[in-house]
Design a protein around this ligand. Structure first.
Ligand code: AMP
Length: 143
């Protein structure tokens, strides 16, 4: 199973924010959309970073509620690990596990074309396991 297959099923919309927005705006958007991270994009739509609920929690824990007035650029992760559409789900799982993050933006030719979360990965891996199990059961039944 590849990233492009998951995007074909879940869609390619990515909720983004910009570096000058505040953490309060990020928290509001994460809550409104029921998601865990926003990709931070520049004027040309290029990926500049990623800001997740963990970044908001860390900032508030360290600085208190005043951190919510800070710009996104102060708390985002600028070195973003991205994937291409040809990447496999297993490869993504390994990247997420090794890097301890749960979101991977998908980029093609410098353009943001989707986002895969740990929830998408787990969902599709479970479906794969179910198909494999069924195939084995069918094989045993007919052998
Ligand atoms: P998450 O588990 O995705 O909520 O993120 C945990 C931490 O990793 C936060 O500091 C994020 O900014 C950062 N992070 C999330 N996704 C990525 C990614 N694809 N590449 C690099 N850092 C990330």
């Amino acid at each position: 199973m590849t990233v492009s297959r998951i995007l074909a099923i879940k869609g390619r919309d990515v909720i983004t924010t910009q570096p000058h927005r505040t953490l309060a705006e990020v928290a509001q958007l994460l809550s409104d959309k029921g998601i865990g991270a926003l990709v931070v994009t520049g004027a040309a739509g290029e990926v500049m970073g990623i800001v997740s609920e963990r970044d908001v929690v860390r900032a508030v824990a360290r600085q208190g509620a005043v951190a919510l007035e800070d710009a996104v650029s102060r708390h985002m992760t600028a070195r973003v690990v991205t994937a291409q559409e040809t990447a496999t789900i297993n490869g993504l799982m390994q990247q997420m596990t090794a890097g301890r993050f749960r979101h991977v933006p998908v980029v093609e030719d410098g353009r943001l074309v989707g986002l895969i979360s740990i929830g998408d990965v787990v969902k599709h891996r479970l479906e794969e396991y179910e198909h494999e199990q069924q195939a084995l059961k069918d094989y045993i039944a007919t052998a």
